[in-house]
Design a protein around this ligand. Structure first.
Ligand SMILES: Cc1cc2nc3c(=O)[nH]c(=O)nc-3n(C[C@H](O)[C@H](O)[C@H](O)COP(=O)(O)O)c2cc1C
Length: 146
């Protein structure tokens, strides 16, 4: 989804990478994610954007999978790491049933202090339908470009 958005808008891609990978084992990933959420643990990230570079961006499309009806904790870390005030933040996410994003998009608004989060315009796609959704994603992304 992020790649299609960048193709459509000319935006730069940045991947939010936790220092410790969540791994391929679903149960282990789910347990860790639940524990982090319950305890509001912000996992360390291995990739960062220079604050001076971040300051030059006005619009950020932020993408994530819904995890435990909320925003994955590495995205909490990301949103709190930078001064996002004055920026426009446009969320997009995949899910496996929580089609309205549950609490994830609210969480973006809460954590992106001072930013204008376009919560009502967030793009929601079921994970299994992402692969066939290039046109939908690009049409959606184009709607924000003046
Ligand atoms: C730890 C974990 C928690 C999840 N919690 C939710 C959830 O609360 N609601 C939901 O719709 N999907 C949930 N999912 C499913 C993911 O949103 C889904 O895997 C993701 O959107 C990618 O889709 P795919 O697995 O079909 O590729 C969860 C997945 C994981 C790994």
């Amino acid at each position: 989804m992020a790649r299609w958005i960048s193709e459509e808008t000319g935006g730069e891609l940045f991947r939010i990478v936790p220092s410790e990978a969540y791994g391929e084992d679903f149960d282990a990933c789910a347990d860790r994610a639940k524990n982090e959420l319950d305890n509001e643990i912000r996992p360390e990230l291995s990739s960062h954007i220079d604050p001076e570079i971040m300051a030059k961006y006005d619009v950020i499309y932020i993408g994530f999978p819904v995890w435990w009806y909320d925003l994955p904790m590495p995205v909490w870390t990301f949103l709190e790491e930078y001064d996002l005030s004055g920026k426009t933040i446009i969320p997009f996410f995949s899910h496996n049933g929580s089609s309205n994003g549950a609490n994830s998009v609210n969480r973006v608004s809460e954590l992106a202090e001072g930013a204008d989060v376009l919560a009502d315009d967030a793009l929601s796609l079921r994970g299994s339908s992402v692969a066939g959704s290039e046109e939908e994603v690009k049409d959606w992304a184009a709607g924000f470009v003046k």
